[in-house]
Ligand binder design. Structure first.
Ligand code: FE2
Length: 418
């Protein structure tokens, strides 16, 4: 007997094809997939041709600052730098419980909307390391229903004061999964380059992944991505390295950008774009024409570079909106990056699923396949395009083979005369 049987699924396969199948789940694993399964089940869900997809992957969020919009004041300029200032004030009043409560509430909102893997940055620029400790405790508390990776992120820079370097090292010793950085916010170009060398050294020494906030600025002279590329080539770290944001890449002249794309192809670096926030945060010093402030997602995708989309912030000093929906993220991404061809839209869906899994280094666990853990979602949609266009509710979320949450699709009634 199956623990759970999903009947009449439209299963989204890795290559984009859709199979009409039943899915049997036993002991948390997907045990059978076939056009018609006949064994009985403890729980049977009749999906009536709804879309079954692997759960969404949130590859870039800041859970420590989530749900703090307006505290202690609103970001009036809408800039990254005012956001950093406001967060500097808000983090004076952080407590373990404060961070944990907001982080778990945000994760619940994400899970309700189909996300079961999350990479969150934790600000390790304050001496108590409260945010890191809180997110490490949250990682443990939620592990039965969502997988959380924690990045030790030196928000104020590693060399902007005398204590941050040691705090980053301590954060890694405490158990952060990933080493972070912010080279464009170091005091000088030289400090930025030095910070990247330090990050790669720490990652090698402690066997950690790397995810750098890289060139999140409209300055076309912000060129730390080339240092990340060079270090990745020299160290051979390949797809263990991720460059987040890289918004300056959208401002580079084409001659430089094309050269850089060529170097990039020698690495397997992952890119993360955060279109919801960067379309609002960047371009603030422009008059007109006003830049979109997003990295070259389409060109990277065309070059077979792994790109995923992240939400980045949910109701915090940098981005006061957001619900945690990855469909919203991909929807904004395909607009901002002008990826409206059908293959391009489908690629945008992949950027919140398979590509995110590759970035998080969990691709071997990911997908709706026999023998894998049943982490899947049921969308009230027929295919990827339909899901992106309408952004329907996630009808069922199945985590570790169990029904984690259920949302009924709204039904409208037409009461007109025609
Ligand atoms: Fe970020």
């Amino acid at each position: 007997m199956y623990d759970m049987l999903l009947r009449q699924c439209r299963l989204l396969e890795r290559d984009g094809t859709i199979s009409e199948v039943d899915i049997g789940i036993e002991s948390g694993l997907i045990s059978e997939i076939a056009p018609q399964l006949l064994r009985p089940a403890k729980i049977t869900l009749d999906l009536q041709q709804r879309l079954v997809s692997p759960a969404f992957v949130e590859s870039h969020i800041h859970l420590d600052s989530a749900l703090t919009a307006g505290q202690p004041r609103w970001n009036q300029s809408g800039t990254l730098f005012e956001g950093i200032e406001i967060w500097g004030d808000r983090k004076q009043s952080l407590s373990l419980e404060d961070v944990k409560t907001r982080a778990i509430e945000t994760l619940k909102q994400q899970a309700l909307q189909g996300t079961l893997w999350v990479r969150s940055h934790a600000d390790v620029s304050e001496a108590s390391l409260t945010t890191l400790q809180a997110l490490l405790e949250v990682r443990e508390a939620v592990k039965d229903w969502i997988t959380l990776q924690v990045v030790a992120f030196p928000q104020d820079g590693i060399y902007s004061n005398s204590t941050n370097e040691a705090l980053l090292e301590k954060a890694i010793d405490m158990g952060a999964d990933v080493v972070g950085g912010i080279p464009h916010y170091e005091l000088t170009r030289e400090d930025g380059v030095r910070s990247l060398h330090k990050i790669f050294d720490l990652a090698i020494q402690h066997d950690r992944l790397i995810d750098i906030h890289c060139d999140e600025i409209d300055d076309d002279q912000s060129r730390f991505l080339e240092v990340v590329v060079a270090q990745t080539i020299k160290t051979g770290l390949g797809d263990r390295v991720t460059a987040s944001h890289t918004t300056a890449f959208g401002s580079y002249n084409n001659a430089y950008a094309v050269k850089l794309l060529g170097f990039l192809r020698r690495t397997q670096i992952n890119f993360i774009a955060n279109p919801l926030i960067n379309i609002t945060l960047q371009g603030r010093t422009d008059t007109y024409p006003k830049r979109r402030g997003v990295t070259r997602v389409k060109e990277l995708w065309q070059q077979d570079v792994n790109v995923s989309f992240g939400h980045d912030c949910v109701q915090d000093p940098w981005y006061t909106l957001g619900t945690g929906s990855m469909l919203d993220v991909a929807h904004m991404g395909l607009h901002v990056c002008q990826m409206t061809g059908i293959d391009e839209m489908n690629a945008c869906y992949d950027m919140i699923t398979w590509n995110g899994a590759k970035t998080l280094n969990i691709a071997d666990q990911y997908g709706v396949e026999i023998g894998k853990t049943a982490n899947l979602i049921v969308l009230d949609a027929s295919d990827r395009y339909d899901a992106l266009r309408r952004r329907p509710v996630v009808n069922y979320v199945i985590s570790r083979g169990k029904l984690l949450c259920r949302t009924e699709p709204p039904r409208s009634m037409w009461n007109g005369t025609i």
